[in-house]
Design a protein around this ligand. Structure first.
Ligand SMILES: [Zn+2]
Ligand SMILES: [Zn+2]
Length: 457
């Protein structure tokens, strides 16, 4: 006798087969999406074009509930924001570059993320949530023939913004996954699928306020994805989980001194440039903690206004990282002491403004196994390892992971392997675009399997 259970099983098998085939058929679509986002790279809180196109595309698909604007953020936790004037400038740029004006208006203030929800059947089932991030890096893209995005005409046209971490790929992957899941909606077991298009991952800024607004709450299963780029042989592999994520604190530091004629009255000045320069050197000289790995970096240093003027202002963008809370707190405490000491040496004032944060979160073994099993159902994925070390990297998808775990769900961050000519955050960064298909198929199969399995608890 054929029971309804058998029909249901047949439906999920068919859904997965369709999803995998549909992804392959939409190769040109997803590649063109990725290249369009790559060309119009936007850094954290300014992804008006990207976010509005994501929202518009999902709305046009029909079937997905699409949320965007202030309701998906806890405003009090939005850090490292550009000024209002800058936000306005980037909004206008986004409109000029083909963003959706009406949607952009509702994203005013930097609320550039999008949350999409697909209710399957009567909705009475588990919730499975995915995180893809959409922001670019503060980076100047290579403009040389050897760099494919430049050679093929999709290098960033936005000064100082480049997708050097692959978030253009994540955005396109999320849209492809949305399309192929929707096309098979009627075959899917009841429940909810969520795709969170997160802003401002770089600098650890977007995850916390979106997680605090509850956008991932109630998820039984959660998976964040990230491309993992290696020079050779990474394509076709995935890591279902990561270890050694770093806690980090990002800060903007402002030194304020006194300007004076550098030749005539050097003793009347208070040199902010020297204070900042000494702070930088000594930040890198912090003794390392014995209890775990740590990092420190100053990525931006700006000071002074004129050749013969004692520099009365300096600004730096810096971060510290630590593998454990203890190591992280130690690094931050020592960093603040170094900054204070450097300011004191030159008699200048200073302000430290927190600009972002990442925390750690464990990948749940059960979710890791679940993702490995799903990956092995996908012909394009040949190898799946359980856990890869992020060795010094950090991610703010951890804020979602913690919320999901606190609610009794299981969570992981998966790396989708691809070959590429350069490391992340490098001006020559690029991927093998086959990774877009592997990512979307993985989201698709994990979603189907999660809905079929029921609540994770
Ligand atoms: Zn990234
Ligand atoms: Zn990055």
């Amino acid at each position: 006798m054929i029971t309804s259970e058998v029909y249901k099983l047949a439906d999920t098998v068919l859904a997965k087969k369709n999803i995998i085939a549909a992804a392959d058929q939409l190769r040109d679509y997803v590649v063109s999406c990725r290249r369009d986002f790559h060309k119009h790279a936007e850094v954290g809180w300014t992804e008006f074009r990207t976010g509005s196109i994501v929202a518009r595309t999902l709305l046009d698909m029909g079937g997905w509930q699409v949320e965007y604007g202030p309701s998906i953020y806890d405003k009090s936790l939005m850090m490292g924001m550009p000024s209002e004037a800058q936000l306005e400038k980037y909004m206008q740029r986004a409109i000029a570059q083909g963003g959706d004006k009406e949607i952009i208006e509702k994203m005013r203030g930097g609320y550039t993320g999008v949350v999409a929800t697909l209710v399957t059947g009567d909705g009475n089932g588990p919730t499975v949530a995915f995180r893809v991030d959409i922001d670019a890096n503060d980076l100047i893209e290579a403009k040389e023939e050897k760099h494919r995005p430049y050679r093929e005409g999709f290098a960033s046209i936005n000064d100082g913004a480049m997708h050097g971490c692959g978030h253009d790929c994540h955005t396109a992957t999320g849209l492809l996954a949305a399309r192929i899941l929707l096309a098979n909606k009627d075959l899917l077991p009841p429940g909810k699928i969520k795709i969170i298009f997160q802003t401002g991952e770089e600098g650890g800024r977007g995850g916390q306020p979106m997680a605090a607004a509850g956008v991932a709450d109630g998820a039984d299963y959660f998976m964040a994805i990230h491309v993992g780029v290696q020079k050779d042989g990474a394509l076709g592999g995935i890591a279902a989980g990561v270890s050694h994520m770093m806690n980090s604190t990002k800060s903007d530091v402002f030194f304020k001194g006194v300007s004076a004629h550098a030749g005539g009255d050097p003793d009347k000045g208070k040199n902010a440039l020297l204070a900042a320069a000494n702070a930088v050197i000594n930040l890198y000289a912090i003794s390392r903690h014995s209890a775990g790995t740590s990092r420190v970096n100053v990525g931006v240093l700006e000071a002074g206004v004129g050749r013969n003027v004692i520099a009365d202002r300096a600004m730096m963008k810096m971060e510290v990282r630590g593998e454990t809370d203890t190591v992280h707190e130690y690094m931050q405490e020592r960093a603040l002491a170094v900054i204070e000491g450097a300011a004191k040496m030159y008699g200048v004032d200073y302000v430290v403004k927190k600009a972002g944060q990442t925390i750690t979160a464990p990948c749940d073994d059960k979710m890791v196994d679940f993702v490995v099993d799903a990956a092995m159902e996908i012909p394009g994925i040949k190898r799946a390892i359980r856990v890869e070390s992020m060795s010094g990297g950090g991610e703010d998808c951890t804020f979602f992971m913690r919320r999901v775990q606190a609610g009794g769900g299981i969570a992981t961050m998966a790396m989708i392997g691809t070959n590429g000519p350069a490391v992340a955050h490098n001006e020559y960064f690029d991927v093998d675009e086959e990774v877009l298909l592997n990512g979307a198929k993985l989201i698709g199969v994990v979603a189907v399997n999660a809905l079929a399995k029921g609540k994770a608890k």
